[in-house]
Design a protein around this ligand. Sequence first.
Ligand SMILES: *[C@@H]1O[C@H](CO)[C@@H](O)[C@H](O)[C@H]1NC(C)=O
Ligand SMILES: *[C@@H]1O[C@H](CO)[C@@H](O)[C@H](O)[C@H]1NC(C)=O
Ligand SMILES: *[C@@H]1O[C@H](CO)[C@@H](O)[C@H](O)[C@H]1NC(C)=O
Ligand SMILES: *[C@@H]1O[C@H](CO)[C@@H](O)[C@H](O)[C@H]1NC(C)=O
Ligand SMILES: *[C@@H]1O[C@H](CO)[C@@H](O)[C@H](O)[C@H]1NC(C)=O
Ligand SMILES: *[C@@H]1O[C@H](CO)[C@@H](O)[C@H](O)[C@H]1NC(C)=O
Ligand SMILES: *[C@@H]1O[C@H](CO)[C@@H](O)[C@H](O)[C@H]1NC(C)=O
Length: 409
Amino acid sequence: MSRKNLLLIFMFLLHEYVLCETTNNNHTLSFEIRRQKTPAEQFLKHGHHFGNKFKELIEGMSRDNDSVALYRYLDDEFYGTIVIGHPGQTLNVAFDTTWSYSWVMSSKCSNIKTIGCYFHNKYDHTKSSEYKKDGRPFLMDLGNYNLTGFFSYDNISIAHSNVTAQSFIEMVDVPYEFIINKADGVMGLGLQTDDGYTPFFYTLLNQKKIKNPIYSIYLNRDRQSNRGGNINLGFVDDKHIHKEKINGKIVYDNFTYLQVENFAYWQFQMDQIVINFDKNTNTKVCQKGCKAIVDTSSSSIVGPQEDVDQIHDAMNAKEFFLHRYTVDCDTINKLPKIDFVLGGKNFTLAGPDYTIQMSYHSITLCLSAFIPANTVQEQNRWMLGGAFLAQFYTVYNVQEKTIGFVRSH
Ligand SMILES: *[C@@H]1O[C@H](CO)[C@@H](O)[C@H](O)[C@H]1NC(C)=O
Ligand SMILES: *[C@@H]1O[C@H](CO)[C@@H](O)[C@H](O)[C@H]1NC(C)=O
Ligand SMILES: *[C@@H]1O[C@H](CO)[C@@H](O)[C@H](O)[C@H]1NC(C)=O
Ligand SMILES: *[C@@H]1O[C@H](CO)[C@@H](O)[C@H](O)[C@H]1NC(C)=O
Ligand SMILES: *[C@@H]1O[C@H](CO)[C@@H](O)[C@H](O)[C@H]1NC(C)=O
Ligand SMILES: *[C@@H]1O[C@H](CO)[C@@H](O)[C@H](O)[C@H]1NC(C)=O
Ligand SMILES: *[C@@H]1O[C@H](CO)[C@@H](O)[C@H](O)[C@H]1NC(C)=O
């Protein structure tokens, strides 16, 4: 099958969702994010129709060398909508807490060689009266691929608020695998570093569109819903916090705050991970503590190979494809509870939380959300993606450089 035919097939695979209810009150912003199918789900759904070609494409995404960033976006489920320029051009973006830059596909990414931009909304700066040239080149070497572009400025609006002269990258070349992702770019929610770049959230603060230097992320744990969750800029929404009625009084769980150690990634220290076989038997990984980041741009939990191997042993999981493991679906309710210990508190996931059940016709698969790292960068830290964040509501304070976790509702 030629690449062109393959592209036609993908036209059918991609079905669009549209935005997104928004609210704006009192210098805060909230917007809904949407859920797309992950490559694994697409594989299951369409893999047997398209056989080896699809498999090849999926395998092309294997995380060789340093293509971690790319892989994460392709494993992503969550995206939202922004409007750039005047008159406004609408694009879908993934939200990434581990990246400070924002980028979108450029209208200049339309060459036959840049297949990754096909079927995507692209930003055309010649059609925006607010566009301001920067022009500095951007290149990120991902090993087998490059992300290539240049910096530009324009107004960006999200929900009902907008900022002017936001710096972002117009990508003119992206890896071809991007054709299976709904996102036309990435909104970086990382912290500001000393490289002179002002991330979008800081521009919102500087231009007084929001008051409080915090944002919070809620991910919907209902995988059947295409409502992916909410990102709240400038506030914490109590309705996403777990609460209990005690002696007739409603008591909310409290956030556990951790100090961020590596600003670029919102990286923090995790105390340990405990795999509980039963009340009296457990195994620990990351025993002496380890580095961790939260990762909104992936649905998985990635950890050092030997640690994840131990978890998979405890789950009795078998390799399925591409570092993805499956378990017997009948066992998911009996799988060990896994405590991620943060700031001395347990953040516990049960079997159904860290497995993803997928059905199509007669095929049902229960995929483990854990993925063993296979790059040097990944070996050294845990990346707590969607499977973790669907259970815990997180709040990010860019001034105090803290990140807070609480059981979500
Ligand atoms: C708006 O913000 C101010 C100051 O943070 C607060 O006192 C007030 O109650 C808020 N109003 C609403 C409607 O949230
Ligand atoms: C990984 O990178 C090394 C050095 O750049 C290269 O020799 C090797 O072929 C790469 N591996 C893959 C699978 O691309
Ligand atoms: C862009 O910013 C300018 C300058 O603040 C403003 O006048 C204009 O309304 C903005 N346009 C849009 C589409 O947001
Ligand atoms: C990525 O860019 C670097 C630097 O320009 C170049 O040497 C390399 O060949 C490029 N890689 C690919 C896969 O195009
Ligand atoms: C941008 O914000 C200005 C005021 O801050 C408002 O007048 C304008 O309508 C907004 N534009 C968009 C596209 O939301
Ligand atoms: C949260 O903290 C408040 C104030 O310290 C306390 O009253 C409440 O019981 C705590 N909630 C829980 C679930 O521990
Ligand atoms: C965390 O859970 C384990 C059992 O899984 C328990 O032994 C331990 O006391 C808990 N720690 C806290 C701080 O609640």
